[in-house]
Ligand binder design. Structure first.
Ligand SMILES: Nc1ncnc2c1ncn2[C@@H]1O[C@H](COP(=O)(O)OP(=O)(O)OP(=O)(O)O)[C@@H](O)[C@H]1O
Ligand SMILES: [Mg+2]
Length: 135
C-alpha cells in the first residue's frame, strides 16, 4: 500500500524559543488509514499539522503528501489536502449551508462548482434557514 502522508524528520524552531516545538518527527500514513496524532498541550501537534499542510515552513526535514514533496511541489501537494482547523473557522452571519457552500467553492473553484447535496448555492435565492430538529 502506498503512503499518502510521510513526515520526514520534521523540526520546527520558532524564533526566540528556547527549544524546538517539534524535534524530529517522522511517520507514515497509508492510503485509507485513519491516523491520530495525540499528545499533551504544547506537544507540537498543531505545529506538525501546520508543516504538513504547508502553512508553516519546517526548520528542518520534509514531508511527502500524495506523492508530492513539500519542498519541491507545495502547490501540487496543497491540492490534495483538506484540513479542518482546531479552532472553529465558520462565519457566524452565514447559515450552515452557506458556510459549506462558501468553503466548498474555495476548494472546488474551477472544477465543478460548490453545491450542497440538497441543492442550492450561496447567493442563489437568499440564505437557507437553519433547521431545528425535534428530539
Ligand atoms: N507561533 C508560535 N510562536 C512561538 N511558539 C509557538 C507558536 N505556536 C506554538 N508555539 C509553541 O510551540 C509548542 C508547540 O505548540 P503546538 O501549538 O504545536 O502544540 P499542540 O500539541 O498543538 O498543543 P495543544 O494541545 O494545546 O493544541 C508550544 O510550546 C507552543 O507554546
Ligand atoms: Mg494544537
Amino acid at each position: 500500500m502506498s503512503l499518502m502522508v510521510e513526515a520526514q524528520d520534521l523540526v520546527k524552531q520558532y524564533p526566540g524559543a528556547a527549544e524546538p516545538a517539534v524535534k524530529g518527527v517522522s511517520f507514515g500514513i497509508l492510503k485509507g488509514e485513519v491516523f491520530s496524532l495525540l499528545g499533551p498541550n504544547g506537544a507540537g501537534k498543531t505545529t506538525t499539522i501546520s508543516m504538513l499542510s504547508t502553512l508553516l515552513a519546517p526548520t528542518r526535514g520534509d514531508a511527502v503528501i500524495a506523492g508530492y514533496t513539500l519542498s519541491k511541489a507545495a502547490a501540487e501537494a496543497k491540492r490534495a489536502i483538506g484540513i479542518v482547523p482546531q479552532d472553529i473557522a465558520l462565519y457566524p452571519t452565514l447559515s450552515a449551508r452557506e458556510n459549506l457552500n462558501f468553503l466548498g467553492a474555495d476548494v472546488r473553484a474551477g472544477r465543478r462548482g460548490a453545491k450542497t447535496t440538497r441543492g442550492g448555492t450561496a447567493g442563489d435565492g437568499g440564505p437557507a434557514r437553519p433547521r431545528r430538529r425535534p428530539h
